[in-house]
Structure formats: C-alpha cells, structure tokens
Ligand binder design. Structure first.
Ligand code: CAA
Ligand code: FAD
Length: 380
C-alpha cells in the first residue's frame, strides 16, 4: 500500500478545503438551525465538479479516482455534513450505479445531468418495514408489458424533495424473493409520485429527508436498470461504494471536530496556562488524532482497492463501522475539550457531535456492517 498522494489528488483536496472554508462555513449554523437545504452550495459544488467526481468525462464527470473522492468528502464533511451527504448519495449511489449498470440511453439522458449537479439524484431502498432487512421490499413494480406500475412508500430518502431523478427499488416477483426485485429510474413529476413530509432530525438538519409515495406510477420499461430481477444486487453493489462515501463523511466530521479542539485547547487558559498544557487534554488530543489516522487509512484502503478493481466489500464495511465510531468518540471529546463553549452553537462542535450519529445508521447500521464483514470473513 502506498498512500502518498499524487499532485492531482492534493489539488482536489486543496480545492475541496478552500470551498468548504470559504463557501460552506459561512451560514452553516443557520442552515442547521433552520433545516435549510443547501441548494446554492450544492449548485456550486456541481460547477466545481464535486457532484460527479468519478464519472467518465464523456458523461460530463470529473474522471477522478475514489481516493480523490475520499479526500474531497473529508474536507466538505469537516464543515457541513448536510452538503456531504447530498454529495455522497449523488456520487456513489446514483452516478456510480447508473454508470456501472445503466444503458447508454439512461446515461445520456440522466447521468450527463447528474454528473454536473444540474439535477441531483436520490436512492430509494428503505421503507417503513424494510430498513436493515432490505430484501423485505413492500413497494411493488408490477410488470405491465411496456411499463411497470409502481406502488408503495419509501422512507428516509436523502435529497427527497430536491432530487430530479430517483432510483427506486421495488418488488416485481415476490416468489423470487430478492431475485424478483428491480431498480427503476423515476422522474420527479411523474403522475402518482408524491413527496411526503420532511423529517425533523437530530443532525444533518440541512439535508432534506423525506418519505415518498407512489400510487400507480407508470414507469417505462426502458427506465429499469439492468436485467429483470437485478434490482437487489444493484442496490447491494452500489451500497458497497456508498459505504466508502459515508465512512469518509464520518472521517471528516471527526477531523473537523479534532481541528477545532486542537486550536481551542491552545487558546483557552485555565489554571494559568493553555489547557493544551494539561496532560488530561493532551491525552484526549493524542487519542483523537490516533483514531482519526486509523479511520483515514481504512477509508483510503477501501478506495484504493476499488480504484485497483479489487474486491472492496469487506474493506468498505470496515471503514464505515470504524470511522463512524471514531466520529462519535471524537466529537464527544471535542465538546468536552471546549467545556461549556462546546455546548453552544457558535463553536460548531455540538453540531458535529449531532451530525456524527447518523453515520452509524444510514447506508447500513454498524450492526449490519459487522454482518457484512463476518460473512466475508467466513465466506471461504
Ligand atoms: N455486495 C454484493 N452483494 C451482496 C452484498 C454486498 N455487500 N450483500 C448481500 N449481497 C447479495 C448476496 O450475495 C445475495 O445474492 P445471491 O443470492 O445472488 O448470492 C443477495 O444480495 C441477498 O443477500 P443475503 O441473502 O445475504 O440477504 P439478507 O437478507 O440476509 O441480508 C444484508 C443482506 C447485508 C443485511 C442487506 O439487506 C443489507 O445490506 N441491509 C442494509 C440496507 C442498507 O444498507 N440500506 C441503506 C439504504 S440507502 C441509505 O441509507 C442512503 C443514505 O442514507 C444516505
Ligand atoms: P432497523 O432495520 O429497524 O434497525 C433497528 C435496530 O436493529 C438497529 O440498531 C439495527 O442495527 C438493528 N438490527 C436490525 N437487524 C439486525 C440484525 N439482523 N442483527 C443485529 N441487529 C439488527 N435509506 C434509503 O434508502 N435512502 C436514503 O437516502 C436514506 N437516507 C437516510 C437519511 C437519514 C437521515 C436516515 C435516518 C435514514 C436514511 N435511510 C435512507 C434509511 C437508513 O438506511 C435506515 O434507517 C437504516 O438502514 C436502518 O433501517 P431502519 O431504520 O429500518 O432500522
């Protein structure tokens, strides 16, 4: 393993850092408080190439590698995890899935716009009764010859109201269980498709999370991704890469909180000296930095395996389960280092602590990641 970054990767990292500090930091507290979706910021991220980073330039993408994606996700997440979840879903669940498994027509029609952020995408797997147990899909896509008739409800959908394109997973043939599931491209505005209520969340409050309702929505057959019955495999395969994105989000939340704690500890004085000179605080900083370094290496390892075309299922799940725990631990300690100031909005660490929790839940809970890792360990 060689994690020396190339000049290109360093340039991507620097561009993401500048953008996060200059364009995301101002207003991030207000967006969180008002639950305001960062539409303008995401538009700019599209213009800078952050919404379709790994997509082939022939479909308007950035043609970058997954390592660059990890670096950019970390920098954006240090400041605004509501922006980075929109970025992660668009890049790794929607664009990647379409580029890898979509037809040429689907790529021309949808991917070329998703890759520039002209429209953003949503990935719709979870349902009220099917979260971790994702094969228990109740949403149905009845085969009607030249179209599917889509009925059901999806829950917790990121970019739920802001997306233009939705990849919806639905059951076509219940007898075939997970082999009877399809992935369909649904456009906003199709008859019978209604966006439900917005969730009022603990963290990532700028992100718009909605339920979606489908009543007799006619989805043309040409909007199915892959062969009949490929939908569940599509979802699982796409989520493997998505988990690298969320692991990097967790990494960014942790490193953002750590950087603030490091700086604050050198400024704040107690008992006649900066608190960084008290060993109890030094040990916290040392612990945080070590955990972050380990999380970063796991993220880069998973991304690098993906870039080399090697199997990254286990590596991605390990990165996610570890980095999300690090995000929780580090943000709690960052608040502690800030004392009472850490408990109020102006110092940012309380938001990062609230944002951290979701990384242990979405794209497969920590318990599900351990199931994935254990299955890979025991496979042979
Ligand atoms: N990669 C590729 N294929 C996989 C896979 C993986 N990681 N995990 C399972 N599969 C395949 C299996 O090989 C199997 O296919 P075959 O029968 O052809 O071999 C098929 O999927 C079914 O697998 P299982 O029999 O193992 O199914 P299961 O019901 O026991 O459970 C599970 C599988 C791993 C628990 C799966 O249901 C799962 O990952 N659940 C979590 C769902 C999830 O991550 N949701 C995220 C929603 S999106 C989101 O959250 C976005 C966001 O917030 C921003
Ligand atoms: P459950 O599956 O009911 O799990 C409850 C608890 O039981 C968890 O602790 C879980 O780990 C545990 N558990 C369940 N099964 C097992 C088992 N076999 N062994 C051990 N423990 C188990 N979904 C999408 O499809 N698209 C999105 O864009 C999206 N965005 C989201 C955004 C937010 C803010 C949130 C909160 C969720 C989002 N989700 C999205 C849904 C998310 O992926 C699910 O919430 C998650 O997969 C867990 O499902 P669940 O909530 O139904 O919990």
């Amino acid at each position: 393993m060689n994690f020396e970054l190339t000049e290109e990767q360093l340039a991507v990292q620097a561009a993401a850092r500048d953008f996060a500090q200059n364009e995301l930091l101002p207003g991030v507290i207000e967006r969180d408080e008002e639950q305001k979706f960062p539409a303008e910021q995401i538009k700019k991220m599209g213009e800078l190439g952050f919404m379709g980073m790994m997509v082939d330039p022939k479909y308007n993408g950035g043609g970058m590698d997954s390592v660059s994606y990890v670096l950019a996700m970390e920098e954006i997440s240090k400041v605004d995890a509501s922006c980075s979840v929109a970025m992660s879903v668009n890049n790794s669940l929607v664009c990647w899935g379409l580029e890898k498994y979509g037809s040429e027509e689907q790529k021309q029609k949808y991917l070329t716009k998703l890759a520039t952020g002209e429209i953003i995408g949503a990935f719709c797997l979870s349902e009220p009764e099917a979260g971790s147990d994702a094969t228990s899909q109740r949403t149905t896509a009845e085969d009607k010859g030249d179209y599917y008739l889509l009925n059901g409800t999806k829950n917790w959908i990121t970019n739920g109201n802001s997306a233009g394109v939705y990849i919806v997973i639905a059951q076509t043939d219940p007898e075939k269980k997970h082999k009877g599931i399809n992935a369909l491209i649904v456009e906003k505005g199709m008859d019978g498709f209604v966006v439900g209520k917005k969730e009022n969340k603990l963290g990532i409050r700028g992100s718009d999370t909605h339920s979606l309702m489908f009543t007799d929505v006619k989805v043309p057959k040409e909007n199915r991704i892959g062969e009949d019955g490929f939908g569940f495999k599509f979802a699982m395969s796409t989520l493997n890469g998505g988990r690298i994105g969320i692991a990097s989000q967790a990494l960014g939340i942790a490193s953002g909180a750590y950087e603030l704690a490091l700086k604050y500890s050198q400024e704040r004085k107690a008992f006649g000296k900066p608190i960084s000179e008290h060993q109890a605080i030094q040990f916290k900083l040392a612990e945080m930095a070590t955990q972050i370094e380990a999380a970063r290496l796991l993220c880069l390892n998973a991304a690098s395996l993906k870039d080399q075309g090697k199997d990254y299922v286990k590596a991605a799940a390990m990165a996610k389960v570890f980095a999300s725990k690090v995000a929780m631990d580090v943000t709690v300690e960052a608040v502690q280092v800030h004392g009472g100031y850490g408990y109020v909005k102006e110092y940012h660490v309380e938001r990062l602590m609230r944002d951290a929790k979701i990384t242990q839940i979405y794209e497969g809970t920590s318990e599900i990641q351990k199931i994935v890792i254990a299955r890979e360990l025991l496979k042979n």
